[in-house]
Ligand binder design. Sequence first.
Ligand SMILES: [Ca+2]
Length: 338
Amino acid sequence: MVSCVVETAGVKVDLKVKYLVILTVAVAALALLNASSQAAKPAAYIETVKTANDTEISFRMVPIPGGTFTMGSPDSEPNHQADEEPQHEVRLDPFYMCWTETTIELFMAYYQETVSAKRDFIETQEAKKDAEQADGIDAISGPTPVYGDLSMGYGPRHPAIGMTWHNANNFCLWLSKKTGKKYRLPTEAEWEYACRAGTSSVFGSTDDPEEMKDYAWYEVTADSETSEVGKKKRNAFGLYDMSGNVREWVSDFYSPTAYKDTAQKSPAVNPKGPKTGELHVARGGDYSCSLGELRCAARHLEQKWWRMGDPQIPKSIWWLPEMDIIGFRVARSVEAED
Ligand SMILES: [Ca+2]
């Protein structure tokens, strides 16, 4: 009987040890889960670029939480266009987005460091191939000299303008080399998700056309020109000027039927648009646009006439002279070290 008690007691002791082990494992698992959830919530940060003139230019990168949203717009939305349908579910990983459009002062720093005054067209084509094939960031080639004035008379805090998609993409390679972080253009899906900022409203920040005057530079609020970045209200993700001021290059090629292809997968996960194409998408409308063109769902594609101001034959792969309606902002994937 005594031994039985001892054995029973022994079993009890064993059970306590087991419970203790289970409890310890559970606590450790919870700690790991907590750490991983913290890793999935990157914080905003300030990026600083030191220019060749030894000045520093800073901008804020805002974390955009991952999630699922409905991309495109319904027939019932005023100013709805056929290429915005069908609406479809898209799931995105978290990423960062710059809180403003890229400024002239930052783009000028890139231009001054990389411009090649002597490059002819054949060399430029080779440079283009290098940049497109560059896995690393050592093969960056700069643009040819701009025809006219890169700033088009605007101040340093106005959005950079008049660059081709190729040039905007090349800027991202340069910025990546300068900072050691892999910057890129946002995808079209990322751009629309960031514009919507967790809302289902037509303009992201509001459904009210009157309120849009507080958020955007467009035909009603702008004086037929761009304005300094960051002067209107930010959206719920903390981003300025997603609607209006300048249109923003995204990484996707344009196709009027892109959503029909994407909608076949539901949800589409981190879609990147058509694999090939001729023209790219530029989102958000510009200072000259009507309100309908500022909708989060509105898609704008590159126009061939944008190159008409370029007197060169063939047309430059770098510049869209006199086109002060087109710019871009940078994005970045969340990396393990974040
Ligand atoms: Ca914009």
